[in-house]
Design a protein around this ligand. Structure first.
Ligand SMILES: Nc1nc2c(c(=O)[nH]1)N[C@H]1C(S)=C(S)[C@@H](COP(=O)(O)OP(=O)(O)OC[C@H]3O[C@@H](n4cnc5c(=O)[nH]c(N)nc54)[C@H](O)[C@@H]3O)O[C@H]1N2
Ligand SMILES: Nc1nc2c(c(=O)[nH]1)N[C@H]1C(S)=C(S)[C@@H](COP(=O)(O)OP(=O)(O)OC[C@H]3O[C@@H](n4cnc5c(=O)[nH]c(N)nc54)[C@H](O)[C@@H]3O)O[C@H]1N2
Ligand code: SF4
Ligand SMILES: [Mo]
Length: 666
């Protein structure tokens, strides 16, 4: 009984502090922690839903084994022995990289990194590289700046103009939304650039509808206008940048009329944006939307370039705010994960794990472990992912619920929710506080934590001593050098949340972490990796520019943005209203096809199809459709049945929104 301070474990910008009410050993209610300096007592419905997720009667309670297509309850002892034996047999015959570790980041606990330790000590398995989430943008900013760093949330007060570029703030980043409202009251101008007129656009001073995937071209247009009007920051360009002449050459390869035509943004708006950027401080809050295209990395780099030439880098109120990697970089993940201990290695990109599996030879993938992820729903080209996972002899899924991925498994191991284990939580997306979460309730049934599962498997595989630490010791280990700055477990338990030592205003000394020490318009890192390091004019792959034939067959761009009431796939089975697929179309599409609200349609392309009910968007780019991601197959199927799994231009990201479809009434 009582109220405990805790933290949200979900993969989210906000990383909120919680107050959790416990009654009779059960989580009763979750509220915000009013003492958390950033999240200040407010949390979203996804956070509150963790109560339902924890107490749900759909929770997996016992280890399960599939025999003749049906799951049967087995004991932990049987599960652990059989899985460990299978691992040994697989390693002996084919080598340790015949095991694939497929994962995502559904829980942001520090100790979730111990899965890597387990697989490294096993000998090294096939790992996933890049990220379907934000990979292109991260790589882009590493090329430009040397790292992906954001200004502290408080610095927003110093901005004259705030550009929200492809970020669905009202839905995905609620505490930034609150700050925007305050900033607006205090006189800041808010500009939203997005193909969908979202809830953030409603509070903006101006909303700019852009053709999906064309933001890089828009940034080129703005730079052209800025230079035409001689508004660029000469001093920053001369002293602190590398490759400016390459950028100028590029800007000359496309006319402003072409920019207008490709982006559907009128020239006056482009000129206005040039003035807004040069009459700063102007901060840009980039979202992940516009980098989920084949040209996504180049898009982020062009927007970075615009921010750089306008002199909005390293100054209060400015910034190219995309991620805050210095948060994650504060911890000693290597100490937990022991990457040096692996003897073999192989990697597939996260995007193309299905091809990786299907095409693997020497060795073939024989066994898959899934942790903190639901690839059957969340990874693009679901039909291919399904085929790949079904082709593998043994699939082990560690889960809380019987997800689409768990359904395909041979062994399903039930794991704890955040309130059932102690950990510390951080997110490298928005702010710089690390939060503490105690164990406040016991797990139901025979549920065990991920950490317990790794520890027990390690014992049976002969490296148990490497997991012979207490939770306290693990957390202290992961805190690494932070302990010298008085951020230790004892202090975290006392304060519940503590600021990490990161820069409030990155790059304020104008010394960048690139090979030249300058901001690089032409990237040396890219060149060292075998890419052309120059900026380019690039278009989405599934667009009329790059593939006219395809765009005639499938005329609409399908976005699949993040759902309001669920973190990805996590709440669909718990909220009735989410269990119908909503196909959101622009008014123009509705008129073109003759569709009305609630009509049933089939959305299709060469990869797959989905059926859902129409919702007409009052304001959206004319050829744009959206189906929220995360839907389960039992309620009609994931939008990823339609999405492509090409890797983005810089090799590290997704192309989820670079997707053409057609629609017909059914
Ligand atoms: N409610 C909720 N919140 C979440 C999550 C969730 O699942 N649900 N997930 C969390 C996670 S893991 C992440 S990565 C973040 C993502 O946070 P966001 O980046 O804010 O969210 P997304 O849904 O990825 O889409 C962002 C926006 O990009 C726009 N967009 C799409 N294509 C383009 C384009 O070509 N140009 C421009 N300018 N805009 C475009 C979309 O219309 C959408 O408004 O959200 C986090 N927060
Ligand atoms: N079409 C389309 N697809 C997308 C996106 C999109 O915008 N459009 N967004 C992409 C993005 S940004 C992201 S980040 C990914 C997210 O992809 P995922 O992380 O795979 O998605 P989730 O549904 O959040 O979580 C997966 C599973 O983790 C389980 N889980 C939760 N906590 C734990 C834990 O502590 N241990 C274990 N073992 N399991 C746990 C949950 O029960 C859930 O079933 O999806 C990507 N997929
Ligand atoms: S999902 Fe995000 S906004 Fe909601 S409670 Fe968790 S951290 Fe906060
Ligand atoms: Mo994400």
């Amino acid at each position: 009984m009582g109220v405990y301070k805790s933290a949200c474990p979900l993969n989210c910008w906000d990383n909120c502090g919680f107050q959790v009410e416990v009654e009779n050993g059960k989580v009763k209610k979750i509220d915000g922690d009013p003492e958390h300096p950033i999240t200040q007592g407010k949390i979203c419905g996804r956070g509150r839903m963790l109560e339902a997720r924890t107490n749900s009667d759909q929770r997996l309670l016992y280890p399960l084994k599939k025999v003749d297509g049906k799951f049967h309850r087995i004991t932990w002892e049987q599960a652990l022995i059989e899985i460990a034996d299978k691992m040994v047999e697989t390693k002996t015959h084919y080598g340790s990289t015949s095991v694939l570790h497929s994962h995502d980041y559904s829980n942001s606990g520090l100790l979730k990194n111990l899965d890597k330790r387990f697989f490294n000590l096993f000998g090294g398995v096939t790992e996933l590289t890049g990220s379907i989430c934000w990979g292109s943008g991260i790589e882009a900013q590493k090329w430009d700046f040397g790292n992906a760093l954001s200004h502290s949330p408080d610095d927003l007060d110093n901005s004259r103009n705030i550009v929200i570029w492809g970020r669905n703030v009202a839905r995905t980043n609620m505490h930034l939304f609150q700050r925007l409202s305050t900033a607006k009251k205090n006189g800041a101008k808010i500009i939203v650039i997005d193909p969908l007129f979202n809830a953030t656009a409603k509070i903006a001073n101006s909303y700019i509808s852009v053709k999906p995937g064309m933001d890089g071209i828009l940034a080129i247009g703005i730079m052209k206008e800025m230079i035409r009007l001689n508004l660029q920051n000469h001093q920053f360009i001369e002293q602190y940048t590398h490759g400016y002449s390459d950028l100028l050459d590029l800007l000359n390869t496309i006319t402003i009329n072409e920019v207008e035509a490709q982006t559907d943004v009128p020239r006056e708006t482009i000129t206005q944006l040039a003035k807004i950027y040069s009459n700063g401080p102007t901060t840009t809050l980039l979202g992940l939307g516009m980098q989920r295209y084949v040209n996504g990395g180049n898009t982020i780099r062009l927007i970075d370039a615009l921010i750089a030439i306008s002199g909005n880098i390293g100054i209060p109120g400015g910034g190219a705010n995309y991620a805050s990697l210095q948060v994650g970089q504060s911890f000693d993940i290597d100490k937990l994960a022991l990457p040096d201990r692996k003897l073999e290695s192989r990697s597939f990109t996260m995007m193309q794990q299905a091809e990786g599996i299907l095409e693997s030879i020497n060795p073939k993938i024989k066994m898959i472990f899934v942790t903190c992820g639901n690839p059957l729903t969340q990874v693009p080209n679901t039909n291919l992912v399904k085929k790949a996972f079904q082709s593998v002899e043994t699939v082990v899924v560690i889960e809380q619920f019987m997800t689409d991925t768990a359904e395909l498994a041979d062994y399903v191991l039930p794991t704890a929710t955040a309130f059932e284990e102690e950990d510390v939580y951080y997110s490298s997306m928005y702010h710089h506080y690390v939060n503490y979460g105690p164990k406040i309730v016991s797990s139901p049934g025979e549920v065990q934590s991920d950490l317990w599962i790794w520890t027990e498997l390690a014992k049976r595989l002969g490296f148990g001593e490497e997991f012979n630490y207490t939770r306290e010791e693990w957390i202290e280990m992961g805190l690494g050098d932070l302990k010298d700055k008085n951020i230790n477990l004892e202090a975290l338990r006392r304060h519940n949340h503590m600021p990490l030592p990161v820069d409030d205003i990155p790059w304020s000394d104008f010394r960048f972490s690139t090979p030249t020490g300058k901001y690089e318009f032409t990237s040396n890192v890219a060149e060292s990796k075998g890419y052309d390091g120059r900026l380019k004019v690039l278009y989405p792959e599934e667009s009329s520019v790059n593939n006219r034939e395809l765009s005639e067959k499938f005329p609409y761009t399908l976005l699949s943005i993040h759902p309001m009431r669920s973190n990805h796939s996590q709440n669909y089975h718990l909220i009735d209203q989410l269990q119908t697929i909503r196909v959101e179309v622009s008014k123009d599409i509705a008129e073109e096809i003759g569709l009305h609200e609630d009509d049933w349609v089939r959305v299709f392309n060469d990869r797959g199809e989905l059926k859902g009910q129409i919702r007409i968007l009052k304001q959206a780019h004319s050829k744009t459709v959206n189906i929220d991601e995360g839907q389960w197959s039992r309620y009609g199927g994931s939008v990823n049945l339609l999405t492509p799994n090409r890797v983005s231009d810089n090799g590290q990201g997704s192309t989820l929104y670079d997707c053409l479809v057609n629609i017909e009434k059914v």
